[in-house]
Design a protein around this ligand. Sequence first.
Ligand SMILES: Nc1nc2c(ncn2[C@@H]2O[C@@H]3COP(=O)(O)O[C@H]4[C@@H](O)[C@H](n5cnc6c(=O)[nH]c(N)nc65)O[C@@H]4COP(=O)(O)O[C@H]3[C@H]2O)c(=O)[nH]1
Length: 810
Amino acid sequence: MPISHPAPQDGVLRMLEHAASIGVWRLDLDRGALEWSEQLAAIHRAPPGYRPDEPLAHYTPESRAKLAPLLQACIAEGAPFDDEAQVLQLDGRRSWVRALGQPVRDEAGRIVAVQGAVQEIAPRGARAATLLRMGAALSSGEAFVTIDANGQYTFLNEQAERLLGSDAQQLLGRRLWNSFQKTVRLRLEEQFRTACARGARLEFEELDARLAHWFEVRAFPFAGGMAAHLRDVTSRRKAQEQLRLLEGSISRLNDIVIITEAGPFSEPGPRIVFVNEAFERRTGYSRDEVVGRSPRFLQGPNSQRRALDQIRAALEEWRPARVDLINYKKNGEPYWVDLDVSPVWDKQRKLTHWVAVGRDVTERKLAEEKIQHLAFYDALTKLPNRQLLMDRLHAALSDPARPREGALMFIDLDNFKVLNDTLGHQKGDTLLQLVAERLRSCVSKGDTVARLGGDEFVILLENRGDKPLDPAKGARAVAERILAALGEPYVLPGYLHHSTCSIGVTLFGHTDRTVSELLKQADLAMYQAKNAGRNTVCFFDPEMQAVVSANAALASDLRQAWRETQFQIDYQPQVGHDGQMIGVEALLRWKHPQRGMVRPDHFIAAAEETSLIIPIGRWVLDQACAQIAAWAHRQERRHLTVAVNVSVRQFRHPEFVDEVMSAIEQSGIQPHKLKLELTESLLADGIDVTIAKMGRLKAMGVTLSLDDFGIGYSSLSYLKRLPLDQLKIDREFVKDILTDANDAAIAKAVINLAHSLDLDVLAEGVETEAQREFLARQGCHSYQGYLFCKPLPIDELEAFMERLPVEAPA
Ligand SMILES: Nc1nc2c(ncn2[C@@H]2O[C@@H]3COP(=O)(O)O[C@H]4[C@@H](O)[C@H](n5cnc6c(=O)[nH]c(N)nc65)O[C@@H]4COP(=O)(O)O[C@H]3[C@H]2O)c(=O)[nH]1
C-alpha cells in the first residue's frame, strides 16, 4: 500500500488507518528524523504523538534481526519489504504485525526517505470484532462486506443484504464473483486473488447477472482478506450507456450537429462545446478549431439576415427554431443548411445548452433555385421573364409599403425578324443576348429589365423613394440611353450588324391602373414609335387608345374577311408611249359587307401586323399568275404583264421566293410576265439579304420594279446593286409635277437615274394629259393613272380592253 504522507492529517485516511488497524511511519534519511502516525502509536499502545528513537526499536529481538537487513537493503538499494513480525507494545504485550517498507526518492532518483506501514494481525475472534466495528464505522448507510482470501463473504451489513437481495445467512460463504456474469467471473477471481496477495486495493464495476444491476465494488485488503463497499450504480451506468450510444450515433449521423452552451447572445455569443464528425466533414473545420467559439464564424456575406434574426428571436424566447440558412465552409465555399435549433434544459428547468441539427440541403436549394430560375427567368438572356415582370408590376402597383410611381417601357428591336429569318436563329439569339446586356447597363440596379419573348423587352422603372425622380424625366433619360446603346453596331459571328429599336413608355403613379392596362399602353406607345419611323421613343397618350381600338377591330374584321373570301382584285392598266396597254397592276380590294369597298391603304398595314399579309399576298400572286395564264391564250393579250405589290413582310418571309416559283410553275406562265413591285422601304435595312433574294427572283426571270421610288431611305447608293428592271415614279410627285418645282425635279432625277442605270421608268397617278406630256418630255414613256383608266374588276377591265384598239406588238 503506497503511503505518500508520513503523518496523515486527512480525516478519512485516519479513519481508514484506524479501521484497518494500520499505522504508518516515515524515516527521513537526511535529517535522521522518524515520524509515526497516531494509529501506529495506538498499535503500540502508546499515546498520540509518541515516536521512538529508531525505526525497529519496538520489535522483539527476533523480529528486529529479521527486519534490520530488509530495512538496510531498502535504504541502500531501494528494495521494498513486506514481512510479518512481532512488536513489543508499551504495555509489555506482544502483538503480531505485518511490516511494510518502501523507499522514497527525490526527483533525481536519490533515496531520501523510507516509509512504511504496520498492520496489526489480530487473532480471528478479535479480528471479526474489529471488522464489525469497521463496518459500522465505515458503512454509514453504504453497503459493506468483508471477503476472505477465497473470495467468500465473511460479513455483510444490512445495506449489503438489501442491495444483494438476500440475507446474510444465504450469502455468507458464497463467493463475491459468483453473482457476476460468467464471462467476467474468471477475470474477477484472478484480479481478486492478485489484489489479496499483493495487499492491493481492488475496484471494479460489473453487472450482477442475477439481479441485473450494476455494482461498484471498492475493496481494500485487510488481514482477513478484503473489506469492500458496494454501491448500486445501475442508473448511472444506464445514463452513461445512453450517453455513449447517443454520442456514437450523433457522431455517425450524416446531419451536422453543433452543441453550444446557453450563453448570452450578445458578442461573442454562445460557445460551441461539441460538433460531430459530419460537421467536421462538411465544413472542413476540426472539432478543436471550433470548440469554444461562437457559431457566428460560420456565417458570411450571403447568410440571410432574416433567417439569422429568426433564430435569434426564437433563442431569446427559449423556443426551438427551424430555418434554411447559407453557411460557409473553411475554404469559403457556401452551403445551404436546413437548421433545427432546440433548447436543452436540466432537471431544474434551467437552460443549459442549444443543440443545432443541420442537414446540408445545398443540392436541394440549387435545384430549387434552378427551377425558380427556369420559372422566372428567360433561359436565353437570363433576364426576368413575363411571369416575374408581372409579379413585380403587381407588387409595384399594389404594395402599400412601396411608392407607386414609375414608368413601364416596351422595347422592340426594329426589323429583328429579318435578321432572324435570313441570318439564322443563332445569330438572332446572339443579338438578343447582346441587347439584354446593353439594356441592363442602361438602368439602375433596382429596375427590372425583362424579356417577354422574341425581340420584346420591357423595363420597369420604379421610384423607390430614396431619391424621388420625376418618372417622365427619368424614363426619357433611360429611353435615350437605350436608343443610343442599342444603336451601336453589334459584332455577330462573321457579321457586323446595325440595329435600332422602338420604345413605348407609359407612366404610373397617379391614377389607378391595372397591370394589363399598363402593359397595353406601353405596347401601344411602342407601336406608335414604330409608325413614327422607328428608332424613337413614344410616350403613351389616351388618343392612341382610340386608334388602337379601331385597329384591333379592323384586325378582327380582316381575319373574318380572309375566312369568308371577301377579297377581290382590280386591275389598272399600264400604258406605253403610244397609249397602248403594256400591262396591268393588280390591286387588292376588300368587299366589306357593311363598309362596302375598302381600299388597301386602310387595311394593308393591319394585314402586315397580323401576318395575314402572308396568305393574302400568296393569294394575290396566284390570282395574278392565273390571269397571265388566261391571257397567254389570247393573241391580243399575251404580251400583257401583271404587276403585283409585295409588302415588306411578305418579301422577308423565308419562303417568299419559293412561293413565287411555285406560283409560276403551277400556272405555267412565262416568268417575265409577272412583275413584282417592291417598295423602297425594303432597302431600309438588311440590304444584303434583300439583294440576294432579288437576285434569286431575277434569276427565275421575274420582272422587278421598285415602287414609290424617291420617297426616302436615301438608297441611291444601293440602287446600282439591285437587279431591277423598272423604277416607278410615285404618284405623290406626279400629282404636283406641273406646279411644284421640287416634285418636277425629283421626277426628272428619277427618270435620268433610270436611264443611266438602263432601267425602264413608269409614272403612276397620271391624271392629266399635261402631266403625261411633261413626263414624256423628260423621257418617261410608260404610265398608269386615271388619265387612262381606273383600277377595274377583271370583267370590267376585259370590257374596257375590248373597246380599246389593242394592237399587240409584233
Ligand atoms: N390619286 C390617284 N390614284 C391613282 C391613280 N391611278 C391609280 N391610283 C391609285 O394608286 C395606287 C397605286 O398602287 P400602289 O402605288 O402600288 O399602292 C398600293 C399598294 O402599295 C397597296 N396595295 C394594293 N394592292 C396590294 C396588294 O395586293 N398587296 C400589297 N402588299 N399591297 C397592295 O395599296 C396601295 C394603294 O392601292 P390603291 O388604293 O388601289 O391605290 C392604287 C391606285 O388605285 C390616279 O391617277 N390618281
